[in-house]
Each structure stands twice: as structure tokens, then as C-alpha cells.
Design a protein around this ligand. Structure first.
Ligand SMILES: Cc1cc2nc3c(=O)[nH]c(=O)nc-3n(C[C@H](O)[C@H](O)[C@H](O)COP(=O)(O)OP(=O)(O)OC[C@H]3O[C@@H](n4cnc5c(N)ncnc54)[C@H](O)[C@@H]3O)c2cc1C
Length: 1006
């Protein structure tokens, strides 16, 4: 940092003066004594205990009875390895007993929690908050009110949130008029300040907020903010848009700038925004905002913070394989904060700066930089969170500076996420408050300039370019990172790819047999399910003669391909992955048009296909290395694999690239020539895969492309003696048929192997203590995204009694809020289903559901009907569904979900397991015991806890089920490739005339 030395000296001396004032504090309000025996103190003592405490704070509002509190206390704190402090242990053991003291213990815990919440929350609502706000003003401290409410899952909830703000403005304006003036907080260098000051989170207004649907999101959010802004303007209140997670940052900025550019709000005098210093690119936002404000010649309030979502941002970036948007080194954030402080003060002509921090050094920098730049004491303000830094607050107030507290109002439930964040922040090792008040770090340490790292100046914000995989040194497998659609360049690139692909529709794709194009008399039109008049492409359509030719070509290719070195076969997959990476956008856009896949899901489909290529390539290298078995001298044993022969791949349309690539590449890399029989609705995507594999080096005949009618040619190929292996993904009926046909018609060389991934009737169990924000959001995603057309999709939700009614009500509202529409529109969550036939089947199930259960919610068609003749089905939620009802037993493959009520976990598990399938399942619960039991007893191939049940990633969530969900082992897992191989063992007696060479000198000839 290039601070002028004298200013640096002054910063340190001001910081020391603040520390001196803190030292004079009566037994500290945030001191060690005060914290003794309290949650924060405990959390700081032990990491494991901290986890349990954070989780208990999180679950507490959902505990509806004394027994539930007692059970959770036991489950969280009476566990092996948790260093529960004596005072808490006492409460835990009492609460757990059936003694007369038990209610008392629960009451004590409840009071503790309330007291903890009250430290940070000023009241339940405006009326409740008034005494606290009056007290603040009496102490010469201003406020900005924030309404707690983190997850808004429906339009109705968004509107309720908006209503709260409007009421708050009405209620407080009348109230504030009667308050005595407090010049220290009511007057700034530029004139009088509003007494009522609000902060607003855009995510709380709009349940469908998603940076992918950027423009429509900005427009909807503006519609929701406008009435609040109008009222703020009319009542003379200040309104600041908070910043939240990085993914919503650009949305918030766009809403702010474009609203204020509207004629109506051009002269609003108190708009405010937030800048987060922990973001690597915060500086460029500041530059843009300042230029914008100068150009419109209107100042705005800007609150500089460090950023409250550090843990979230780092975890999500690591999970997604994205560059981390925040600094990783705390002093870098501090240094950026100081840099931005100066830049904001230098732009004081248009920026009305507020510095929000509890860090004495950060505050001193603001104070002294302002002084250096000749800015009046009331030309900026300092802000702190209510309940977090009273001693610091009072010390800076003592310097004659304006201080404002960020004061949340709300009920305990929506407040919990906020409280968990505060608890996390206060107890983090790097936290200034912890360092100061708990660790007792030396003042010299705390006032010195941040010791920055090289990371501060580095441009680490770009996605690392994925290098092509070298077959000789492939490195560990990593999932292909999905596109981050919060970045404008990715949205623009997808839109451009859609336009390019759309301009090029209607091409023709011949069959490929033995490396040659083959035309047929019959052709098949592939259409856009959102606009069936639009032909995406035509393909040649094979009959018996072509099927026979394909088998012959594959058999001809077998000896050479089988004999190719595993590394050479793996190299084909790695090159194909590279080609696919280069065409990701075009392939995704094509899928949007041919399979009706919305952007994010189409993109993820291509990424998954790349993952399969990279993963199975590595798997072949692993399995292709012969293993030596046993160590008997004079005997050489080698264990190795050979391919099975010719493979027939029968693919589904719902993951037109990913699943097809998975099955095809596994068969191919294992040395089996493949006949690809794509799904009827998606042959064009399949044609692209075949071209890619050929371009990557698959020799003629090793991959043949044979679109053809399922029943007739499918059966012909399945029965054909030249086919040794069938890999199928699709419905149970077709899967069972293939299995029986394959058994009856053996191959020339033996029994046919069938790998069949079939259906699911997947359930999510929602426990009585579930976080319903998570339960509703994840159910909606799992059941309705891509119109429920995933074998992993949720089609049953089993809700425990205590949570049932609230969950069902919120799920119904959330369902009505879903955007159903064409997948080309980035705002679409529920696209059309794949064909008119599929729509009819789903509608039949819906009709059945209306007879068997109660229809609780269905998204409405738009006025004027669904567009372009697309095959739309609105998402439907049925409640009061009996476990044996048809809609609770049969796979529907559409956006229909059956909600069932369970008395307890026993019943829930019985229902969950009570279907023919066992593919995916989920549990939303915060009870360690319920989680442990469900892990053991909910028998499905893929069980997900506290998240959605779709979106399995190659390797991380190897995918596949059992019972009627399939035969074979998991796709994208370590056993998958084995199904395409046969193991052999060769034993050689190496002892000749009493002489046995060492193992490594034996020529294996493999
Ligand atoms: C009035 C007010 C309003 C606020 N409004 C918002 C808002 O709208 N949006 C928002 O996101 N936050 C907001 N915050 C919270 C703020 O971002 C900080 O989380 C909080 O103030 C703690 O920072 P500090 O300077 O007080 O403490 P310090 O202890 O000095 O700093 C802690 C902060 O450093 C950063 N950090 C921690 N560890 C690391 C690391 N390893 N590497 C890099 N950086 C790290 C994090 O941002 C963390 O919060 C607000 C805070 C206040 C006081």
C-alpha cells in the first residue's frame, strides 16, 4: 500500500487512541468476562463444538416442542468427540431426562437462544423495534434497518417481503417525525439526513432470481423495488441495496443503476449501494459507479464493507472448480479495503461514503484519509452491526464522528442464517473482534498496515484453461467446471451460440457405417419440442439392411480395435474430450433446440460428456495395465482384460450427449466396436458425437451411427448373433424386454452381456426439523427442472407430520412461481416435454392423480396458451397421496410430484423403500440420528442428504441404481468399465532346468 508516511503515522496514532478508549471500558461489553460461558466463547474454544453450536443455532427455530429441543441437544452435544462445556452439558443432560427439571432446562436453552438473537436483532417488526431505535438515537447513533428473510421460495413470499418494507416505511416515517433531533446523526456535510434509513436485499424479493436470466431478472426486481423506492422517495427515507453473494452482485448493480436512471427516480436524494472489498474486482465496480454518478451529476451513498459471505464463496468456488472471487488472505482484503477507502473519499463529489467495519485499523484509515483529503468530520460516516461492536462504536463516536448501526428486524426463523453468519464471523480466527477482545492480540499488531500477499495484485480471476490430456501423463481426473452464468461473457457466448446454431438448422445427417456415409430412402425429422414446426435436422433412417451392414462393419473392425493398445484407445477419448470442449457452446445450444434443455442443464450435459471421456480414458489406462498375481517363485501369473466384442448402444433422449457419450466411450475405450442407435427425438446431437469420435481417431467401423426405429431394428440388433454386448439406458419396460431378448438369442461367441439403466420413482424425505427453505427449493429443482425428465428426478416427497402443512403450502406457492416456457429463454425453468406422446402419458397420470389425491398446485399456462405448439405440461403437485396410489408407484417422467404424509421416520422409510425402483433418494434433515439411520436404511443407488437429488457428477457421484432401476454398476464410477471387459489370467511355469528368471524378465506378449 502506498500510504503517505505521515498519514500512516496518524492512522496508527488514531487507532491507538481508539484502543485506549476501549481499555477504559467498564468490564467490557464484548470482553472476555462478558463472553464467559456464552456461545461465542464456547465456539471459539473448539472447532468441533463450533460446528455443533452453529448447527444448533441453525436448527433451533424449527424445533417445535420441548422433546424436540431435548432430542437435538442430545444428538448435537452428547456425542463422542464434542468438547461440550460443563454448563452446557448440564443443560443437555437435564433436558434429556424425563425429570421435572427437563422443561426448565429446555426453557433455559430457549431463553439463551432468545438472548443471543436479541443481541443482534432489534425487534420482531417496526413497532417492536421502536424502543431500541429510540435508545440508539438517544446514544447519538443512527440506524439502517434490514428485514431478515433469506430464502424467498415463491412470488407470494417475495411480495410479502415487499409489503413489509412498505409497511416499515409507513410506520417508521410517522414515528420518526416525533423523535427529537439528534444533530450528530441527522446532519451531514451536504445537508440533513433522513431519520429513516433502510437496507434491502434483492434476493428476498424475487424467488426466481438467477444471474443466468439476467435481463428478465433485472426487470422483475426493478418492478418489485420500484414501489419501495417510490415510497422511500415520498417519505424522504434513505434506501440502500445490500450486496450478497457474488453471483448476485452484477444483478444488484444493474438494478441500482438502471432504476436511478429512470426519470422518476433521477432526483431521489438518498439511494445507496454496497461495495465488498473482499472481491478481487471491487475496484473496477467503484470506478464504473463513480463515472456513472459524475455523468448524471447526482451523488449516492456507498457503504464499503469487507464482505459477509467469505466461507460461502470459497466453498462454492471450490465445489464448482471456479476461480475464487474473493481474496484468500485476510490482510489482502484489509489492504483492498484501505485502498477503496481512499478512492471513495477522493470521489467525495459524488460518493457519500460510509465505512462499515469493526476493525479499528480499518476505521482509523477512513478517519485519517478523510482528514488528509480535507473532508469534514460529517462528510462520511462509520457503520457497525448492531450488537457487534458497541465499545468500538462508542469510542469512534467519542471522536465526534457519525456512527450508524445496521439493525436487523425480524423473527427468529429468518434471522437464523444472519445469526449463523455473525457467529461464524465473530469466531473466525482472523476476525478482528476475536483478535482484539478474546485473543488479546498486541495493539502494535492490530494497528500495523496489513501484510499483503502477492495474490493482491495477481489476476487470478480467469478460469484456468484446461490443457488437453496427455495419454502418457494424464494427471488426476477433474470434473469439467460448468459455465458460471453470473459472468456476462458466458451469458453472451451462449446467446451467440444459440443464434449460430439456429441459423444453421435443418442439415441432413447420413448414417455412418464402416467409416462411410450411407443414405437411406427413409429419413427422420428431428424437431424442436418447444416449436415442433422447427426441424432441427434430418437423419437417414436405417432398416434391416443397414443394421446388418453395421454389424458386419463392427465385426470387421473388431480384431484391430481389440488389438490396439489401451493407451491408444484412451488417447481417442482424450482427443474427443478436447474437441468437445472446443464445441461446448454449439453442442449445448443444439441440445437446447433438439432436446428442449434449458441453458444451464444443456451446458452441464456437455460437461458431463467430457467428464465421461476423461474419466473412462483414465480408467482404461488403469485397467489396461496387466497385474501380476501371487508371488510363487517359478510361476508367472498375469491378470488382464479383453474386450467383449461388438457393442450395441441404445441411448435415451433426456441426456442426449452425456449418457450416449458415457455408454459409447466406455464400450469403445474397452476395445469394443460400437453401433450407436440414438434415441428418436435426439439423433442430431448423436450424429455430432459420432463425428467427434471419428475425428478423434476412432477407426472406420469402430463406431457406426444407425438411427433406426426402436421396435423393429432395436429387436433385430438385440437378437443379432454378431452383437455381444448391449448398453441400454431408458425405461424399465424396454430394459426388461432387452434383457429377455438377449437371454433368448445368444451371440455367436456366447452369452450376451446387458448393461441396463432403467427408471426410478425417487423420493425425498423431509424431516420434522428440516430447513424448509432448502426442502422446498431442492424439491422444486429435483422435481421440475427440465420438466422432471430425468431418471434421477424427484417424484415423491414424504414429509413428516410436523413439517407437512407448511412444506406443502410453500411447495405449492413455489410451484406456481416457476417459469414454464421455451428453453431458449434463459428465464425458463420448466421447458416443454420431449414429444406429444410423452405429454399425453403425463396428462393421463395427472388425470389419474386428480382421482386419487388432491391437486394442490399447478403452474398456470400463460394467457393465450402455451407458445408455438410446444409440448408443455405445467408442473403439478398432488398432496394426500396414498403410498399405493398409481402416481406414487409408477414412473411418470414429467413435472408431477406426489406429496405424502408420514407419522415418523419409520413410516417415512417404509414408504420411501416401498416401490419397485431404487435409483436416487434424498433426506432433508438436521438430526444427526435421522441422517445416520437414513444412510443405512433408505436403500437406493444414490442417496443425497440436505440437497437436491439430481445432477450427479462423474466420479464424485457415480450414478446408478438397483431393483428395477437397473442391472450393472454405476456410470462414472470405478466399476463401470469392467462391465465392458472380460478378465483373463495366464499362468506360465517359468522354472526350466531348475532356473527361474525374475518376474519382470518374463515376456508377457500382451
Ligand atoms: C453496517 C454494516 C453493513 C454491512 N453490510 C454488508 C453487506 O451489505 N454485504 C456484505 O457482504 N457484508 C456486509 N457487512 C458485513 C461485512 O462485510 C463484514 O463481514 C463485517 O463487517 C466484518 O468485517 P470487519 O471489518 O468488521 O472485521 P475484520 O475482522 O477486520 O474482517 C473480517 C472480514 O475479512 C474478510 N476475510 C475473512 N477471512 C478472510 C480470508 N482468509 N481472506 C480474505 N478475506 C477474509 C471477510 O470479509 C470477513 O468478513 C456489513 C457490515 C456492517 C458493519
Amino acid at each position: 500500500m502506498s500510504t503517505v508516511p505521515s498519514t500512516e503515522e496518524r492512522i496508527q496514532s488514531t487507532a491507538r487512541a481508539i484502543f485506549a478508549a476501549l481499555a477504559n471500558e467498564k468490564p467490557g461489553r464484548l470482553s472476555r468476562e462478558r463472553l464467559q460461558g456464552d456461545m461465542m466463547e464456547w465456539a471459539m474454544a473448539d472447532e468441533r463444538l463450533k460446528v455443533e453450536l452453529l448447527r444448533f443455532v441453525d436448527v433451533f427455530p424449527a424445533l417445535r416442542s420441548r422433546a424436540e429441543i431435548a432430542r437435538h441437544l442430545q444428538e448435537y452435544f452428547a456425542r463422542e468427540g464434542v468438547a461440550t462445556p460443563a454448563a452446557l452439558r448440564w443443560g443437555v443432560s437435564l433436558a434429556g431426562q424425563r425429570s421435572p427439571m427437563a422443561p426448565l432446562a429446555s426453557a433455559v436453552i430457549r431463553n439463551q437462544m432468545k438472548a443471543f438473537a436479541q443481541r443482534f436483532i432489534v425487534g420482531r417488526d417496526a413497532r417492536d423495534a421502536v424502543p431500541a431505535l429510540r435508545t440508539l438515537r438517544r446514544h447519538g447513533v443512527g440506524f439502517t434497518l434490514d428485514v431478515l428473510g433469506e430464502a424467498t421460495v415463491s412470488d407470494a413470499e417475495g411480495l410479502a417481503y415487499q409489503r413489509t418494507y412498505l409497511d416499515l416505511l409507513d410506520g417508521l416515517t410517522a414515528e420518526a417525525a416525533s423523535w427529537p433531533a439528534v444533530p450528530a446523526v441527522d446532519e451531514a456535510a451536504w445537508g440533513p439526513l433522513p431519520r429513516v434509513n433502510l437496507s434491502l436485499k434483492i434476493t428476498s424479493l424475487y424467488s426466481q432470481i438467477d444471474p443466468l436470466a439476467f435481463d428478465s431478472g433485472v426487470s422483475v426486481i426493478k418492478d418489485l423495488v420500484r414501489p419501495i423506492l417510490r415510497k422511500a422517495m415520498a417519505t424522504g427515507a434513505a434506501l440502500t441495496l445490500d450486496l450478497e453473494q457474488f453471483r448476485y452482485r452484477d444483478l444488484a448493480l444493474a438494478v441500482f443503476v438502471s432504476l436511478l436512471d429512470e426519470e422518476e427516480f433521477r432526483d431521489y436524494r438518498h439511494p445507496g449501494l454496497v461495495l465488498q472489498a473482499y472481491l478481487r474486482d471491487a475496484q473496477s465496480d467503484l470506478v464504473r459507479l463513480v463515472a456513472w454518478a459524475r455523468q448524471r451529476r447526482r451523488p449516492f451513498n456507498l457503504r464499503l464493507v469487507k464482505g459477509a459471505y467469505w466461507d460461502y464463496e470459497t466453498v462454492i468456488a471450490a465445489q464448482e472448480g471456479w476461480p475464487v472471487p474473493v481474496f484468500m488472505h485476510k490482510p489482502d482484503t484489509d489492504a483492498m479495503y484501505e485502498r477503496l477507502t481512499r478512492q471513495m473519499l477522493e470521489a467525495a463529489d459524488v460518493v457519500r461514503p460510509a465505512f462499515a467495519s469493526h476493525n479499528v485499523r480499518s476505521l482509523a484509515v477512513a478517519i485519517e484519509t478523510a482528514r488528509e483529503l480535507g473532508i469534514a468530520r460529517n462528510g462520511f460516516e462509520l457503520q457497525m452491526l448492531h450488537g457487534m461492536g458497541e465499545p468500538v462504536r462508542d469510542a469512534v463516536k467519542g471522536l465526534g464522528l457519525r456512527v450508524r448501526e445496521y439493525a436487523p428486524v425480524g423473527e427468529l426463523i429468518p434471522g437464523m442464517a444472519y445469526l449463523v453468519r455473525r457467529l461464524l464471523e465473530n469466531t473466525a480466527n482472523d476476525s478482528f473482534l476475536r483478535q482484539t477482545f478474546v485473543e488479546g492480540a498486541a495493539v502494535d499488531e492490530l494497528v500495523r498496515p496489513p501484510q499483503t500477499s502477492a495474490d493482491l495484485g495477481a489476476d487470478l480471476f480467469r478460469l484456468p484453461v484446461v490443457q488437453p490430456t496427455e495419454v502418457s501423463a494424464p494427471g488426476p481426473f477433474r470434473n469439467q467446471p460448468h459455465a458460471d452464468f453470473s459472468r456476462e461473457e458466458n451469458r453472451a457466448a451462449y446467446a451467440a451460440a444459440l443464434a449460430r446454431v439456429k441459423a444453421d438448422l435443418g442439415r441432413h445427417y447420413p448414417l455412418r457405417i464402416g467409416g462411410r456415409d450411407i443414405e437411406t430412402a427413409r429419413t427422420l425429422d428431428s424437431v424442436n419440442p418447444a416449436a415442433p414446426d422447427e426441424v432441427v435436422g434430418t437423419v437417414a433412417y436405417g432398416g434391416r439392411a443397414e443394421a446388418e451392414a453395421a454389424v458386419a462393419a463392427a465385426r470387421a473392425a473388431l480384431p484391430a480395435w481389440r488389438g490396439a493398445a489401451p493407451a491408444d484407445r484412451a488417447a481417442v477419448l482424450f482427443r474427443a474430450a478436447e474437441l468437445m470442449r472446443a464445441q461446448t457452446l454449439e453442442l449445448s445450444a443444439l441440445m437446447t433446440l433438439e432436446a428442449g434443455k434449458p441453458w444451464r442443464e444443456a451446458n452441464a450435459d456437455v460437461d458431463e460428456a467430457i467428464d465421461f471421456l476423461e474419466y473412462y480414458g483414465r480408467e482404461m489406462l488403469r485397467l489396461g495395465t496387466p497385474r501380476h498375481m501371487g508371488h510363487a517363485p517359478g510361476e508367472h501369473n498375469v491378470y488382464f482384460y479383453q474386450p467383449r466384442g461388438v457393442a450395441l448402444v441404445v441411448a435415451p433422449w433426456n441426456f442426449p450427449l452425456a449418457i450416449l457419450t458415457g455408454m459409447t466411450s466406455a464400450a469403445l475405450v474397452a476395445g469394443n466396436p460400437v453401433i450407436v442407435k440414438p434415441a428418436g427425438p435426439t439423433p442430431v446431437v448423436a450424429a455430432h458425437l459420432v463425428r467427434i469420435l471419428e475425428a478423434a481417431g476412432a477407426p472406420p467401423g469402430a463406431i457406426d451411427f444407425l438411427p433406426s426405429p426402436g421396435g423393429e431394428i432395436g429387436d433385430f440388433l438385440v437378437r443379432h448373433p454378431g452383437v455381444d454386448l448391449i448398453a441400454f439406458t431408458g425405461s424399465m419396460e424396454v430394459g426388461l424386454h432387452i434383457i429377455s431378448q438377449a437371454a433368448q438369442y445368444p451371440a455367436e461367441d456366447g452369452v450376451k452381456k446387458v448393461i441396463a439403466e432403467m427408471g426410478g420413482k425417487n423420493a425425498i424425505i423431509v424431516d420434522s426439523d428440516a430447513d424448509l427453505d432448502v426442502a422446498v427449493t431442492e424439491t422444486v429443482i429435483s422435481a421440475f427442472h427440465y420438466a422432471g425428465q430425468k431418471c434421477s428426478a424427484a417424484s415423491r416427497v414424504i414429509v413428516l407430520e410436523a413439517a407437512h402443512d407448511e412444506f406443502s403450502k410453500r411447495l405449492a406457492e413455489a410451484t406456481r412461481s416457476l417459469r414454464v416456457g421455451p428453453p431458449e429463454d434463459p428465464a425458463t425453468r420448466v421447458p416443454p416435454v420431449i414429444t406429444a406422446d410423452a405429454r399425453q402419458k403425463i396428462e393421463d397420470f395427472i388425470a389419474r392423480g386428480k382421482e386419487e389425491a388432491t391437486l394442490t398446485a399447478a403452474a398456470e399456462p400463460p394467457r393465450g396458451g402455451w407458445p408455438d405448439g410446444g409440448y408443455y405440461v405445467a408442473p403439478h403437485v398432488f398432496t394426500d397421496v396414498r403410498p399405493d396410489a398409481v402416481i406414487a408407484q409408477e414412473e411418470i417422467f414429467g413435472p408431477v410430484v406426489a406429496v405424502m404424509r408420514a407419522r415418523d421416520l419409520d413410516e417415512a422409510l417404509t414408504m420411501a423403500n416401498g416401490v419397485r425402483y431404487a435409483l436416487t433418494g434424498g433426506l432433508i434433515s438436521r438430526s444427526p440420528a435421522a441422517i445416520a439411520r437414513t444412510r443405512r436404511e433408505f436403500r437406493v443407488g444414490n442417496l443425497y442428504i440436505n440437497r437436491g437429488i439430481t445432477g450427479a457428477l462423474v466420479e464424485r457421484q457415480a450414478f446408478g441404481g438397483f431393483k428395477m432401476s437397473g442391472v450393472g454398476s454405476k456410470a462414472g464410477g470405478p466399476d463401470y468399465l469392467l462391465q465392458f471387459l472380460e478378465p483373463r489370467v495366464i499362468t506360465e511355469n517359468t522354472l526350466r532346468r531348475g532356473f527361474a528368471p525374475p518376474d519382470e524378465l518374463v515376456d508377457e506378449g500382451l
